[in-house]
Design a protein around this ligand. Structure first.
Ligand code: BTN
Length: 318
């Protein structure tokens, strides 16, 4: 299946004969393999009599060899799959099977991608980045407080390096362009948070996605939509890994206080009037910033209040 996909990834027409002779199979078998590929990936492949087969748009597939080498430079191992339920779930399963951090789980497609607050993360084949990095932490609260915000800084650096100047952060760890979401972060913990534990850092970036078929229930965008070009997902993953390595090293050594200024400088809602909801409780206030633990500082009725992430949701109140 992968060889067929590698053939079609340029988005150009390829005749059944051409594909068949290069894969060493009959034209009838090409037809069957195309049907299987469509079923397994959800991709739709155009068939035009006289021209052959093509994908509706070119695909940037992940290059496993290149990724393995680049991650090895950081001392990280790669676990790569074409199709998986969730890279975070796989990372947690690997930890249970004695998998040793640091490692990365990457997939071309997630069938049950996890978002924050129990939401689903839409993860079509070959379109976006579904990236989970696992690191071991042994310092308890100082290293963990604000760590999800630090991850946001690393993701933002990666997006901006591609020229996406307009991207910014929304507390606690959404990445937006204007009001549209471009990336999300889901952290999960294994082990003892007060002592030795493993942090599962899940990052989803909308990369080359052009269409979500109404499956995303909030305004969204992708790198390809914003920049008007197809992005090399392998290089994006490499840059993300390098930025995570750098920012998380600083976070683990000095705590979030050392990352805070960079985070606040990119907070899109700094100084804005917001409504913070925690279940039925709502607080309206002006965003003052974050503290050294990554808690949100709101001025409400003349008083400063602080809020920690988790199940909180923040909206503009203007
Ligand atoms: C959010 O809701 O904003 C968080 C989305 C996190 C999605 C990523 S994709 C890679 C990793 N694996 C998952 O199942 N979820 C995270």
């Amino acid at each position: 299946m992968l060889r067929l996909l590698t053939f079609l990834q340029d988005g150009d027409f390829h005749s059944g004969e051409e594909i068949g002779s290069s894969l060493g199979v009959s034209r009838a078998s090409v037809w069957k393999q195309i049907a299987r590929l469509e079923k397994e990936t959800g991709l739709s492949i155009e068939r035009v009599r006289g021209n052959g087969y093509r994908l509706p748009a070119s695909l940037s597939l992940l290059n496993e060899n290149r990724l393995t080498e680049a991650l090895a430079e950081l001392g990280w191992q790669l676990h790569f799959s074409h199709r998986i339920d969730s890279t975070n779930a796989k990372a947690l399963a690997l930890l249970r099977e004695q998998g040793r951090p640091p490692f990365v789980v990457l997939a071309e497609q997630q069938t049950a991608g996890r978002g924050r607050r129990g939401r689903q993360w839409v993860s079509p084949f070959g379109a976006n980045l579904y990236f989970t990095h696992v690191l071991a932490v042994d310092g308890g609260a100082r290293q963990l407080s604000g760590i999800s915000l630090a991850v946001g800084v690393a993701v933002l650096r990666t997006l901006r390096a591609l020229g996406l100047e307009g991207a910014g952060l929304k507390w606690p760890n959404d990445l937006l362009v204007g009001e549209k979401k471009i990336a999300g972060i889901l952290l999960e913990l294994a082990g003892d948070p007060a002592g030795e534990c493993e942090v599962v850092v899940g990052v989803g970036i909308n990369v080359n996605m052009q269409e979500a078929h109404g499956l995303i229930d909030q305004p969204w965008t992708s790198l390809a939509q914003e920049l008007g070009m197809t992005i090399d997902r392998t290089e994006l993953a490499v840059q993300l890994a390098r930025n995570l390595n750098e920012v998380l090293a600083r976070q683990c050594q000095y705590g979030f206080a050392a990352v805070k200024a960079e985070w606040e400088a990119s907070h899109l809602w700094q100084g804005r009037l917001v409504k913070l909801s925690a279940g039925a409780n709502e607080t309206v206030g002006v965003v003052l910033g974050v503290d050294d633990q990554g808690a949100l500082r709101l001025e409400s009725n003349g008083l400063e209040q602080r809020f920690n992430g988790g199940e909180l949701s923040l909206r503009l109140h203007e």
